[in-house]
Design a protein around this ligand. Structure first.
Ligand SMILES: *Cc1c(COP(=O)(O)O)cnc(C)c1O
Length: 433
């Protein structure tokens, strides 16, 4: 099918998945195989030289994963995609092609707690440095740029705070600085937000969340817009030697010269997945493909339910504040209207009067909601970040990340909205009795 003429919902069902040429199977087959037979020695050599596209070994590529990659690239409006075993694996993979020891990124302080953890404590072990800035002031990115900066990293809609980033403003600063803007689009999904339209270079996903949609499958993805000039340089050399210089990890191949707008995606497979090894299981890719078929329908309901719940909580006597960008009272409402016109997602936080103790009682009191560390399930989910996902951070870092002691994070599911509201009401009543 030619992708250009179809709408988002059509592409969600069809992109990347033609009927199986061997059997006519209409559903995407699961290629549960480790390796692929070569036609002959010349074919094998051509595959290893990246002179022909095909399958060698499932750590690098797999036909089921390739179908998911094609679908995600299409939905994000990108050129290529690489799937990985988890969202965090995708983040490492996304940066791997750009970074080297001594390289820096500039990242938003509003990122998912796990991402901040990864950047603050694990990236330094690779010799990578993350400068964390308040993204509410886009100029903070400009101020943090050095000669070693290789990327900016933000979330379109941040987890857990309901914070919306000014993607276009930050993309402009990235362009001036000659670095790619990476946008974690996990909470928005391409149904609600298309960061590439606003100048983002690379999109990362935890497909674990709304894309797979039912809390069954870990996965991640990196989508490349194909629009970045990797050969642009500093001091006469390229800023991205792995992509636009002779890559010693692939017998001196210059990926950008050879593959142009597919350089980044080829590098992520041929070197990133090959050497780091975080490949996605084909079964997970298959479940995620299936999930994406209903993405638009689910997101519509997720957003409608979340808007109702947020409006209800805002008036609730036991609730101190609600941070949902879909509420007109919210600080990020104007940005949400621009970047998330179809809805502000279904993950948001609210504060309970009575702080930490009441927060813990609410998560113990819910009956329909599940108390767990995930988001983006069809089921409604709740967590108290200060005692769980964000407990590794200092008090100051927790507040900066929107995860103070009174904060509860909700991921509103697609159940009957009255049931969702009734469950929160009874839990709040018990917790404050
Ligand atoms: C969950 C999440 C991640 C990490 O993804 P995993 O699949 O859990 O590794 C990264 N970013 C955001 C915004 C997330 O919500």
């Amino acid at each position: 099918m030619s992708d250009k003429t179809y709408g988002f919902e059509t592409l969600s069902v069809h992109a990347g998945a033609a009927p199986d040429p061997a059997t006519g199977a209409r559903a995407q087959p699961i290629y549960q195989t480790t390796a692929y037979v070569f036609d002959d020695a010349d074919h094998a050599a051509a595959l290893f030289n990246l002179q022909t596209v095909g399958f060698i070994y499932s750590r690098l590529t797999n036909p089921t994963n390739a179908a998911l990659e094609a679908r995600l690239a299409t939905l994000e409006g990108g050129r290529g995609c690489t799937v990985a075993s988890s969202g965090h694996a995708a983040q490492v993979l996304a940066l791997f092609s750009l970074m080297q020891p001594g390289a820096e990124i500039v990242a938003s302080s509003r990122l998912y707690g796990g991402s901040l953890q990864q950047m603050r404590n694990t990236y330094p072990k690779f010799g990578w440095k993350a400068e964390i800035v308040d993204a509410d002031t886009p100029d903070n990115f400009k101020r943090a740029v050095t000669a070693n900066t290789k990327a900016f990293f933000i979330e379109s809609l941040a987890n857990p705070g309901g914070v919306v980033s000014d993607i276009e403003a930050i993309a402009r600063i990235a362009e001036d600085a000659g670095v790619p803007l990476l946008v974690d689009n996990t909470l928005a999904t391409p149904y609600l937000c298309k960061p590439i339209d606003y100048g983002a270079t690379l999109i990362v996903h935890s497909t674990t969340k709304f894309l797979s949609g039912t809390g069954t499958s870990m996965g991640g993805a990196v989508v490349d817009s194909g629009k970045f000039d990797w050969s642009q340089g500093t001091n006469g050399g390229t800023r991205f030697p792995s992509l636009a210089g002779p890559e010693p990890a692939y017998h001196g191949l210059n990926f950008y010269e050879t593959f142009g707008d597919m350089a980044y995606t080829f590098h992520s497979h041929a070197v990133g997945l090959r050497d780091l090894g975080p490949s996605q299981a084909p079964f997970n890719a298959w479940l995620t493909m299936l999930g994406i078929e209903t993405l638009g329908l689910r997101m519509e309901r997720h957003c409608a339910n979340a808007a109702r719940v947020a409006a209800h909580l805002e008036k609730h006597p036991a609730v101190a504040w609600v941070n949902y960008a879909g509420l007109p009272s919210n600080k990020y409402h104007q940005l949400a209207k621009k970047y998330l016109p179809k809805g502000a997602g279904s993950v948001f936080t609210f504060g309970v009067k009575g702080g930490y103790d009441v927060g813990v009682k609410v998560v113990d009191g819910v009956e329909l909601f599940s108390h767990l560390a995930n988001i983006g399930d069809a089921k409604s989910l709740i967590i108290h970040p200060a005692s769980t996902t964000h407990r590794q951070l200092s008090d100051e870092q927790r507040v900066a990340a929107g995860a103070g002691p009174d904060v509860l994070r909700l991921s509103i599911g697609i159940e009957t909205v009255e049931d969702i509201i009734a469950d929160l009401d009874q839990a709040l009543e018990k917790a404050t009795a």
